[in-house]
Design a protein around this ligand. Sequence first.
Ligand code: RIB
Length: 310
Amino acid sequence: MMKSRICVIGSSNVDLTFRTQRFPKGGETLTGRSLHQGMGGKGANQAVAAARLGAGVTFVACVGNDSFGIDAIRNYKADGINTDYIRQVNEYPTGTAAIVVDDQAENCIIVVPGANASLSSSDVRNAAKAIQESDAVVCQLETPLDATLEAFRIGRSAGKLTVLTPAPVIALPDELLGLCDICIPNQGEIEVLVGRSVNSQQDALEAAKLLMSLGVKTVAITMGLAGAFIVDSAGALQIPALKVDAVDTTGAGDAFAAALAVSLCEGQSLGEAAHRASVVAALTVTRIGTHAAFPQLAEVDAFMVDQNDG
Ligand code: RIB
């Protein structure tokens, strides 16, 4: 198997996860079950999840010149990630996220971008060599759009696979969609991207085709318990969700995107890669947090062997 090289451009946060029975209503004070502090950020999550699967990962990001930023860089190095293009900024603190997870394992998240807002197209140009030496460039939308666009321009002109998780979702410029090989929205995100609601598989197919008409080559919609629905020019593919005891779904979409990119770059077919990505996402939701929850390659392989045996 070919080792894949992935360049992730995106956010790095500290996550504070509050577990509660249910989400609070406006004006209500709830007593929570527990508090967990860990590293997160959609970019960092994808970088760490990819590294755990054995990919060679470069992470391009901005963190604060504070203890969270120092810890983050130390942790990325411990996962074997190249941190040469992580810039520590003085003007803002490291990004933070307040995450509430209820007893159904659902989450809602507030992100304060902090240093993530400083990531610029010039940071990305500085990392051009790392993008050109990777097989895939992987972005999300928690850092400025200019930086994402620049990453995809460099990636596309070097013939690299460009992978976008459109979260937090905003309407996207045509240029970005035209540079996107794989777009991985969840159900709510694709609704915003195409401006129509998605309540059935037929809706999902039509929404994916709309996105493809704007230049995206492959659309992979993550649909929680309904699994993933993947559409490209060859047709559509339904990947069922695996049944696991979920405690926290935070980061599952990031894990799915990372695993899909890594597996495609290793030479797997779209169907094989999507199946492996759904295994990585399923294992992730069985543990609290994101980096603390992402599985190592051996665990993923063992799970897949068990599935085949069972
Ligand atoms: O996708 C999950 C992530 O969203 C969390 O780690 C949090 O930091 C926010 O960026």
